[in-house]
Design a binder for this molecule. Structure first.
Ligand code: GLA
Length: 502
């Protein structure tokens, strides 16, 4: 009897140990790590505070300016963590508990976390009350959707003064500038540290911002910059929290023409109901800076931004998460525009994020669809490719003047789709009374697209129809036009009628 009791207890103990992660080692507790050094010389520190319940983990991950609730799982010595409430629970910290250390990757960067000591504190910035709401007057800019280039999609943190200068040269030599792509926008990772007077310096990658702005201006282009209303940008660099007026004045003195203002770490300080007043603060600061600066809100579509973006003098606002150079991501972003359509208009635009055209992971037909849809929904056209070495096909997509004209149409209406099985029809009314209409083949094989004249919101007889990718006029016969559309391709027409257009 005793023998069998001990035998059973031993078996249970053995099974418990087997099921317990790392044979009894727990991940519970506070862990501290430092990440890769930033371009401004700072070493970002992370403090991970974890609780473990069986194979489940929960806790917080604190870093410069951020605090994220995390959840995760343990299998043996292996663990994975992701953000609480993420739609796509994709782990961003993945690693193993080895010799009392967490050896992991965080967003792909290697980190080694040791048990934290009392010295491993990350100071939390003091709370600054958001201002009371008022309406900021329009800055009068961006009467058509802004066009230009932005460094993030291709270069991310590998952007510097020289690359921006050579890109500006290429914007001219490639014809991009003359086609309307005027803004050359530096995204995250330009920031240095604040000096004794609180002025935010640029880091060693950007030795002289004013000289860079002068250079870009000398090419007939405009220069854009990036910051966050939180203490840190999404890349952990110092941002504008508590320095809004000072930063805006400094950018104006450099000659900055465009600001992308990215929520990032503001989310660790404010709830979403503070989005409007917090963005209003920078809207006021930009207007007081004495320089016309396009104001781009980047808040991933949170907080019903389309309803109040114009009231903080926003010229454009993100309506989605970050685009990836992939068909599904691009389509997902543009489909999220649908409920925002009534809020687009001259001076204030919905922004489904920047272009990926030419970055290599979609087909040419998919890139033509990307350009067609961005033009139809009156989206900002910010190229994200290497303009210095773009292929003739990429150039032919970005530089298609007829498609650009649809995007830049002064009426500023945003197209909405009608779903027809695996075909989508998007129609955009244009200032001269004509319409632009796109038929998008969503299927994985070529399909016949049929456009009936009575489906278009045109009055009178069709007088002309132009295929904007084939660069030729086409004919509606018996009230219909049809064509074979490649998989993921778009038939894009501009159609005029006797009662409008020419
Ligand atoms: C966020 C934005 C991106 C880019 C990065 C920079 O993810 O949505 O467009 O600006 O931050 O860190």
């Amino acid at each position: 009897m005793a023998g069998s009791f001990h035998g059973l207890a031993g078996l249970l103990l053995f099974l418990t140990l087997l099921a317990a992660p790392a044979f009894g080692q727990s991940l519970a507790g506070r862990w501290a790590a430092t990440g890769s050094v930033l371009a401004n010389g700072e070493m970002p520190k992370f403090v991970l505070e974890l609780k473990q319940d069986g194979d489940k983990l929960s806790g917080t991950l604190q870093s410069l300016g951020f605090i994220n609730d995390v959840t995760g799982k343990v299998t043996g010595a292996h663990f994975e963590l992701w953000g609480v409430g993420w739609n796509d629970p994709k782990p961003f910290v993945i690693g193993d508990l080895v010799d009392g250390e967490l050896r992991a990757t965080q967003w792909g960067d290697r980190i080694v976390a040791k048990k934290a000591t009392a010295a491993d504190e990350i100071p939390r910035p003091a709370f600054i009350e958001p201002p009371t709401l008022h309406k900021v007057k329009s800055n009068g800019l961006a009467t058509t959707p802004p066009m230009g280039w932005n460094s993030w999609n291709l270069f991310a943190e590998k952007i510097d003064d020289q690359t921006v200068r050579t890109m500006a040269d290429a914007m001219v030599s490639s014809g991009m500038r003359d086609a309307g792509y005027i803004y050359v926008n530096i995204d995250d990772t330009w920031e240095g540290v604040r000096d004794a007077k609180g002025y935010l310096q640029s880091n060693h990658k950007f030795p002289d911002m004013k000289a860079l702005a002068d250079y870009v201006h000398s090419k007939g282009l405009k220069l854009g910059i990036y910051s966050s209303p939180g203490p840190r940008t999404c890349g952990s660099y110092p941002a504008s929290y508590g320095h809004e007026a000072q930063d805006a004045k400094m950018w104006a003195s450099w000659g900055i023409d465009y600001l992308k203002y990215d929520w990032c770490s503001a989310g660790a300080i404010y709830k979403n109901d503070a989005l409007q007043p917090v963005y209003q603060k920078m809207g006021d600061a930009l207007q007081a800076s004495g320089r016309p600066i396009v104001y781009s809100l980047c808040e991933y579509g949170m907080g019903g931004v389309e309803k109040w973006g114009a009231d903080v003098s926003g010229n454009l606002w993100r309506t989605t998460g970050d685009i990836r150079d992939a068909w599904d991501s691009m389509i997902d972003n543009v489909e999220k525009q649908v409920p925002t359509a009534p809020y687009a208009g001259p001076g204030h635009w919905n922004d489904p994020d920047m272009l990926e055209i030419g970055n290599g992971h979609m087909t040419d037909d998919e890139y033509r669809t990307h350009m067609s849809l961005w033009a139809l929904v009156a989206a900002p056209l910010l190229a994200g490719n290497d303009v210095r070495s773009m292929s003739p096909v990429t150039a032919s997509i970005l530089l298609n003047r007829e498609v650009i004209a649809i995007d830049q149409d002064p009426l500023g209406r945003q197209a909405s789709p009608v779903k027809l099985g695996s075909m989508q029809r998007w129609e955009k009314p244009l200032a001269d009374g004509s319409v632009a209409v796109g038929l998008v083949n969503m299927s994985s094989s070529p399909a016949r697209g049929v456009l009936a004249a009575h489906d278009l919101s045109l009055i009178g007889q069709i007088t002309r129809a132009q295929d904007l990718w084939a660069h030729k006029d086409v004919e509606f016969k018996n009230g219909e036009y049809s064509a074979t559309i490649p998989s993921h391709g778009t038939l894009l027409l501009r159609v005029w009628s006797s009662k409008g257009g020419s």
